[in-house]
Design a protein. Structure first.
Length: 300
């Protein structure tokens, strides 16, 4: 019998585009498309689901106008967003390991909707981001965490999508030690500057004998930490994107039950996160993801 953990872990991971590529196979690729639409075509969800063949997955979310469940995101600092890259009615994301299958599925989605996206971005998963750091490390992992942080009571969730252009050259000109103080973790093994194992949890309270924070006050992991932002945890499922030397960065996607988890965290980053000096946001949207797009959460 399939265990609840397997159902939630594997099915969900697949739908959120995290674990669909064979372990030794090519990197997972994604195409994210945002459309303007007054309504969904009849049978859209079923027709979209039929596009998923092989390891290709497809998910969708509805913007504030179509869902009635969420409000548009407010403006944040360091945004440079063209009008067509802000908001949107419908998010469709296809992910998989086969570039041709992905491109065919994207064409089918355009045909299904009878239009082209307002904006589109391809991305790929890599164990380290463009800055050379392990990412992601901290995410909800247990069924209880998914239930309390990611799913709404009806099994739906809320996706925030942001295209974050990175000034990687300027960041990489810092010494490794300076880079690590910006992030709050070691570059080689992902260990937090507070000490502990590779990819371990950060201890925000840890200090040097003379009373200095081991994780600096403006380090990204401190500013983004759920304790510091006073918000819940978000599930981050970002992808690296590369539109050429002048436009490379992180296609940030987070899932949370409450949009305030994102807005409170982003506000806290804007107030004093050293990493944000290297980031410009060039696209932004929020979408309600119906429960039908993923397996039902097993009862408690
Ligand atoms: C291009 C911009 C960004 C880069 C390069 C980046 C990179 C990183 C890295 C390397 C880590 C440490 C490893 C990990 O836990 O995954 C991290 C942690 C984290 N980031 Fe970002 N990040 C970016 C933007 C954001 C944004 C916009 C948010 C949310 C508004 C965010 C939220 C978080 C959270 C919640 C953590 C975990 C903190 C903890 O509890 O330890 N990040 N990020």
């Amino acid at each position: 019998m399939t265990s609840r953990r397997t159902l939630l872990g594997a099915g969900l991971a697949c739908l959120l585009g995290t674990a669909c590529a064979p372990a030794s196979g090519p990197a997972l690729l994604t195409r994210l498309m945002v459309f303007q639409a007054d309504r969904l075509p009849t049978g859209f969800a079923e027709r979209l689901a039929r596009l998923a063949t092989g390891d290709l997955t497809a998910m969708y979310g509805l913007g504030p106008r179509l869902s009635g469940e969420i409000a548009e995101l407010p403006a944040f600092a360091r945004e440079h967003i063209a009008p067509e890259c802000r908001g949107g009615d419908l998010l469709v994301q296809v992910s998989g390991s086969d570039r041709t299958a992905l491109s065919r599925a994207a064409t089918d989605v355009n045909a299904l909707l009878g239009r082209r996206p307002r904006w589109v971005q391809d991305g790929f998963r890599s164990g380290r981001n463009l800055l050379g750091f392990h990412d992601p490390i901290v995410n909800p992992a247990t069924e209880a965490e998914f239930r309390s942080e990611v799913w709404r009571p009806d099994g739906s969730t809320v996706a925030v999508v942001r295209r974050l252009r990175l000034d990687a050259d300027r960041f990489l000109a810092l010494t490794v030690e300076e880079q690590e103080r910006v992030v709050g973790r070691r570059r080689d093994d992902g260990a937090p500057l507070s000490g502990g194992p590779p990819r371990g949890l950060a201890d925000l309270h840890a200090k040097t004998p003379d009373g200095q924070w081991l994780i600096p006050a403006d380090a990204h992991v401190r500013r983004a930490h759920a304790l510091a932002s006073g918000s819940g945890m978000m599930l981050r499922r970002g992808f690296t994107y590369d539109n050429g030397p002048a436009d490379r960065g992180l296609l940030f996607v987070s899932y949370q039950r409450d949009p305030r988890t994102f807005t409170a965290t982003q506000a806290r980053l804007d107030e004093g996160d050293a990493l944000m000096a290297y980031v410009t946001t060039t696209a932004s949207g929020i979408f309600w993801v119906p429960s039908a797009v993923r397996p039902a959460v097993p009862p408690a």
